[in-house]
Design a protein around this ligand. Sequence first.
Ligand SMILES: Cc1ncc(COP(=O)(O)O)c(C=O)c1O
Length: 308
Amino acid sequence: MIEDIIKVTPLVRLRTFLNNDVRIKLEGSNFYGSAKDRAAIYVLSKLLEEKTINKDTEIIESSSGNMGVALAAVGAQLNLKVTIIIDASISSLNEFLIKAYGAKTIKITQADENGSYLNKRLQAVREYIAEHENIYWFNQYGNPLVVEAYKETVGKEIIEQFPNMDYIFLAVSSGGTVAGVSHAIHEYNKDIKVIAVDVEGSKIFDPHTKKVKHFTGIGSSIRTENFLRAGIDDKIIVNEQDSMQALFSMMKDEQLFLGGSSGCVVTGTEQYIKLHNIKNKKIALISHDRGDRYFANLYSQNLNFISE
Ligand SMILES: Cc1ncc(COP(=O)(O)O)c(C=O)c1O
């Protein structure tokens, strides 16, 4: 049952950062593989408890990855019907997981003029809601309950584990994690700096960029409502090459097999430390997921990073 799989995720000290005490929270240790488990479990359980939804409600969400997997699995645990709007860029593993956990999928195959599927997926959600009854849109992009979920779970947990931290670095996409974690952190101590990490090609901090991003899970073509709720003190934008290098360094030096956005967070932290000459500080990083889901489309295509 769902209660049995909820656990505290580890916070691990990184040996590679010499002049600061840097610890990484391994959200990939959540049972269905990512930080998104937190939102799926918290929000769906709360909605059932408050009777906003019932066993006949169909949950719908747009996701090309982790949220789709988490909702498919957690929804099935709670006997809820789940439909996920996916798109052609989804990895075969994520598509397999979503379907095998029992969710229905609708696949968008046409990107918009910017090469992004997000707006098309959101349009499909709206059409589906208009055509069906007793539907709840989970809406990780704008649902305040998603922000509350990250605040109450990963946000409060990391404060317990690392109460004296000076900085926290985390990746942004739909913005729910940074919003929830920043609320928890700043309510606890407003001097702790929340640093958002994004990747080149994302339009969150650079709306007119012409660069193309290949990493999934990080960055976005829009600034969401939940992103706008976040209390972000500063940001750093990294490139994919450096992030890939960081992923392989984490494997060789720390024996951590992390997801793509975690490579961005690690290299973003390194670059930020250098840029601001930060020494003797306590720094937390959030790693959203593990490397397994990126083997086919990221790791296996960059084997040149493995040093002899
Ligand atoms: C691997 C990974 N990293 C980072 C994020 C960013 O989290 P959020 O969407 O809450 O901003 C996500 C969300 O999709 C993700 O899947």
